[in-house]
Design a protein around this ligand. Structure first.
Ligand SMILES: COc1ccc2nc(C(=O)O)sc2c1
Length: 248
C-alpha cells in the first residue's frame, strides 16, 4: 500500500517511523510519502489560507494551493491509476473498524488533513468528480487540525495489512472486528507473575481448558461492553455470541 499525506506540518508524522507502521515501511508492506503543502505556494510568505467568504471566525485553506498539490501527487501514479482521497473533518462520517478494513483494501490512499477552519469546499467537490473521496471523522471532539486523525487512521489501517501483525488471529480478536467478537469490547488481559501485589490472575486462565477460557473471555467482554458501551449490546448478534460455545 502507498500512502501520500499532504500537510503544512509533515513533521507531525514522525511517529509513523516507529512501531508497527515503521516496521511495515521497513519491510516494504507500506510506503508513506509526505508532502509540504507550502511547496506549492507562490508568494514569499507561502500563504495557504485566506478569510472566509460570508465572514465568520478563522481562516479557510485556499483551493488553488491544494489543487496544485493534489494534482502533483496524483500525477505520480503508482500502484493504481488514482488514489482514494481521505479528508479528515469533524463533519465527516464516523471512522470505524469497518472503515479501516475498507481502506486497508486500497492500493493507494491520499490524505489531505486541514488546519484553520478547513479546506475550501470546492476541493472535495473537484476531486469527488475524479476520485473516490471520503470525508471521515475520528470522533466528536474538537481537534486543531486533521493531522492527528491521519495518524490514527494510518495506524488502524496499517496494522490490518497482510504481514504487519505477527499473529493473524490478533486482528480477528480485535474489539469491533467482524465475527463472534464484533461490537464487543476486549475483556481484561493478564500475564506473569500469577500474583502481583496480592492480586491473583483469574484461575480459569491457568486451567488450560481452552473451551472454558474462550467462554470466560467472551463473558468478560460482554460484561465490559454492557458496563462501558451499552449501546453496542443492542447490535450484538445473539447467534454470534455462542459461536465459540459450539466450537468448544
Ligand atoms: C481544521 O481541520 C480539522 C479540525 C478538526 C478536525 N477533527 C477531525 C476529526 O476527525 O474529528 S479531523 C479535523 C480537521
Amino acid at each position: 500500500m502507498r500512502v501520500d499525506i499532504i500537510s503544512i506540518f509533515p513533521e507531525y508524522f514522525a511517529p509513523l517511523d516507529v512501531s508497527l507502521v515503521g516496521k511495515a515501511r521497513e519491510r516494504g508492506i507500506l510506503e508513506i510519502r509526505l508532502h509540504q503543502l507550502r511547496d506549492w505556494t507562490r508568494d514569499v510568505h507561502k500563504t495557504v489560507d485566506d478569510t472566509p467568504y460570508g465572514g465568520g471566525p478563522g481562516m479557510v485553506m485556499k483551493p488553488e494551493i491544494w489543487g496544485e498539490a493534489i494534482d502533483a501527487v496524483i500525477a505520480q501514479a503508482g500502484p493504481a491509476a488514482s488514489p482514494r482521497m481521505i479528508v479528515p473533518t469533524p463533519s465527516g462520517r464516523p471512522f470505524t473498524q469497518e472503515t479501516a478494513i475498507e481502506f486497508a483494501e486500497e492500493p493507494w490512499l491520499l490524505f489531505t488533513p486541514a488546519r484553520y477552519e478547513g479546506i475550501d469546499s470546492r476541493v472535495a467537490a473537484e476531486y469527488g468528480s475524479r476520485l473516490r473521496v471520503d470525508e471521515v471523522s475520528i470522533g466528536d471532539y474538537v481537534l486543531a487540525g486533521g493531522e492527528a486523525a491521519v495518524l490514527v487512521i494510518v495506524e488502524a489501517v496499517g496494522r490490518l495489512l497482510p504481514g504487519v501483525l505477527g499473529n493473524a488471529r490478533s486482528v480477528a480478536d480485535d474489539s469491533f472486528a467482524p465475527g463472534p467478537m464484533a461490537n464487543l469490547l476486549e475483556g481484561p488481559v493478564y500475564t506473569k507473575p500469577p500474583v502481583w501485589r496480592g492480586r491473583e490472575v483469574p484461575e480459569i486462565l491457568l486451567s488450560g481448558h481452552h473451551g472454558k477460557i474462550a467462554r470466560w473471555r467472551r463473558d468478560q467482554a460482554l460484561r465490559r461492553t454492557l458496563e462501558k458501551r451499552p449501546e453496542l449490546v443492542a447490535r450484538l448478534d445473539p447467534a454470534g455470541l455462542d459461536k465459540d460455545d459450539r466450537k468448544i
